[in-house]
Design a binder for this molecule. Structure first.
Ligand code: IPM
Ligand code: MG
Length: 357
């Protein structure tokens, strides 16, 4: 098969980690006789430096026209003071919206080799952590009207939180379909005791649930969910929630796994074209030192093969290689432990590549 991948290396450690993911993709291409074409484009802080804005129309178009987007990370302190309308993060939001990527899948699972890196108590971790956060990605308070104005001699700021039925319905379908391939339990997270958007959310999610009688549905308030994630994470299979709750809960979920550098994410819409990235940020403090953990990005590339290219076997080979490398005791510095061998970012990429036989 032949696929066109738009590559956004981005800022900070972005270029280093994306290079390793491409190494792995090239090994897969060679083994399975695929051809991957990479079109490298600038978005985020580096695009502000080059073009004066974090996302140009041409770059967005390149993303839309390709078979998928692989992204490292964007942002950094260098651009903290730029105008909010062109901030690096705007590039992410613009690509999500422009490509219609309404569903963000963020797995939170703990590999047994790394269970001790979790900040949670051992008896909690031992019950298992393996769930998927399905976050609505292109509506809610992120995309409602915003304004800052003056009233009675003081500044007032307002961000509108908005949800339309169809926006809730389509993400609910994603959640139930995801649950069907897992343990068939969806927990829908909202703040229905306070917010109208949440009351609509709950109503629509329950309507959609009628079409999935084989999947169990429960509701949970977001503050309780934040507690339950640290108290009893084993209860979760699929968590579906609105944009900002999902932003916050997915960070919490990744943290309890203890290895944020290992977690990928997929952003999907109606078409097969998606955007794939690690969930961690651009880590400007360690950029350029060849010590970042490329595994999150490598697993993001694996998700791309599975969800966008229909290459499940190839995807599983990458995941298996990552597991074997960790089992064999190879680590990057962020997850280093006694008795293991520490590798640089590029050595880790080479090692994983070499385990794809
Ligand atoms: C994320 C990030 C982004 C978000 C930021 C960088 C805009 O935190 O992908 O979770 O809030 O969606
Ligand atoms: Mg976030």
């Amino acid at each position: 098969m032949e696929k066109h991948i738009t590559v956004i290396k981005g800022d900070g450690i972005g270029p280093e980690i994306v290079n390793e993911a491409i190494k792995v993709l090239e090994r897969i291409a060679e083994k399975h006789h695929h051809t991957f074409h990479y079109q490298e484009v600038l978005a985020g802080g580096c695009a502000i430096d080059a073009y004066g804005t974090s996302l140009t129309d041409e770059v967005l178009q390149a993303c839309i026209d390709s078979d998928s987007v692989l992204l490292g990370a964007v942002g950094g302190p260098k651009w903290d003071q730029v105008d909010p309308s062109i901030r690096p993060e705007k590039a992410l939001l613009g690509i999500r919206k422009g490509m219609g990527l309404y569903a963000n899948l963020r797995p939170a699972s703990i590999l047994k080799q790394l269970a001790h890196t979790s900040p949670l108590r051992k008896d909690i971790v031992d019950q298992g952590i393996d769930f998927m956060v399905v976050r609505e990605l292109i509506s809610g308070v992120y995309f409602g009207d915003k304004k800052t104005y003056e009233e009675n001699n003081e500044l007032v700021a307002c961000d509108q939180m908005i949800y339309r039925e169809h926006e809730i319905r389509r993400i609910a379908h994603t959640a139930f379909q995801t649950a069907r391939k897992r343990n068939k339990h969806v927990i829908s997270v909202d703040k229905a005791n306070v917010l109208d958007t949440s009351r609509l959310w709950r109503k629509i999610v329950h309507e959609v649930a009628q079409e999935y009688p084989d999947v169990e549905l429960s509701d949970m308030l977001v503050d309780n969910c934040a507690m339950q994630i640290v108290k009893n994470p084993a209860q979760f299979d699929v968590v579906v929630t609105e944009n900002m709750f999902g932003d916050i809960l997915s960070d919490e979920a990744s943290m309890i796994t203890g290895s944020i550098g290992l977690i990928p994410s997929a952003s999907l819409g109606e078409s097969n074209t998606g955007m794939y990235e690690p969930i961690h940020g651009s880590a400007p403090d360690i950029a350029g030192q060849n010590i970042a953990n490329p595994i999150g990005t490598i697993l993001a590339a694996a998700m791309m093969l599975k969800y966008s290219f229909d290459m499940a076997e190839e995807s599983d080979e990458i995941t298996a290689a990552v597991n074997e490398v960790l089992s064999a005791g190879y680590r990057t510095v962020d997850i280093m432990e006694e008795g293991c061998e520490q590798l640089t970012c590029s050595q880790m990429g080479d090692k994983i590549t070499s385990y794809i036989k």
